[in-house]
Write a protein that binds this ligand. Structure first.
Ligand code: IMP
Ligand code: MG
Length: 215
């Protein structure tokens, strides 16, 4: 496998990340000492994900005239959302948001069940909701959340924005309106994503080395 990252320049469309990852010219990634043996490689560099985020904000801003009500899925989407919300404000789209805890994951295996442990508290009946998620994998979480908002919270519409899409793993059909990157099927960490609560604060996305989740 060729593991030299690819330098890319077009961030306007959904970007399929090659196995070897993407990086900008002259970019140096810093891996904290504690994590120095944990990654197989960096998949999406800090500059590349920032550039893609700007393009995504352009696309969302073009679709929304009024305020957006965002339902941010904790904890993974926090880092992505905080960048996205400010990028939208710079495009004169304001965002109101609340957070949710909903997951279907234990370690690296999807259980297929969704569990809402913290719900959005705002009155969202009749509103247009944008669900913001870090990554879509089997699709279970987002499909169930979409149903929940439409049926139980009686919102007017639900759109989905996922920073990454692991398409090869999809089991449930779900329409994702905004996608940052299509990523290969590996366990990813960083930019909000964790493995057992580690690695969330890294400014890039890395492929976790098997030895970490097999130990
Ligand atoms: P789904 O319901 O199978 O689509 O799972 C989506 C959720 O699984 C996301 O919100 C993530 O929290 C988690 N997830 C999926 N893939 C990864 C990964 O590669 N790294 C970390 N978390 C992941
Ligand atoms: Mg999640």
């Amino acid at each position: 496998m060729e593991l030299t990252p690819k330098v890319v320049s077009d961030f306007q469309n959904i970007i399929q990340i090659p196995e070897n990852g993407i990086v900008a010219f002259d970019e140096k990634m810093i891996v904290p000492k504690d994590f120095s043996n944990d990654f197989d490689r960096i998949l999406i560099s800090k500059k590349c994900l920032a550039l893609r985020l700007e393009a995504l904000a352009d696309q969302i801003a073009a679709d929304y005239k009024d305020e957006i009500f965002a339902a941010v899925i904790l904890k993974g989407a926090v880092i992505f959302f905080s960048d996205l919300a400010r990028a939208l404000a710079e495009r004169e789209v304001t965002v109101r948001y609340d957070v949710m805890v909903a997951n279907s994951y234990v370690d690296t295996e999807s259980t297929g069940e969704i569990n809402i442990r913290l719900d959005v508290s705002d009155d969202i009946q009749g509103k247009d909701v944008l669900i913001v998620e870090d990554i879509i994998d089997t699709g279970t979480t987002l499909k169930r959340l979409q149903q929940y908002f439409l049926e139980e919270r009686q919102v007017n519409s639900v759109k989905i924005c996922a920073f990454m899409d692991k398409k090869a793993r999809r089991q449930v059909e779900v329409n994702v309106d905004y996608v940052g990157f299509e990523v290969p099927n590996h366990y990813l960490v960083g930019y909000g994503l964790d493995f057992n609560q580690h690695y969330r604060s890294l400014p890039y996305v890395a492929v976790l080395h098997q030895r970490v989740y097999e130990k």
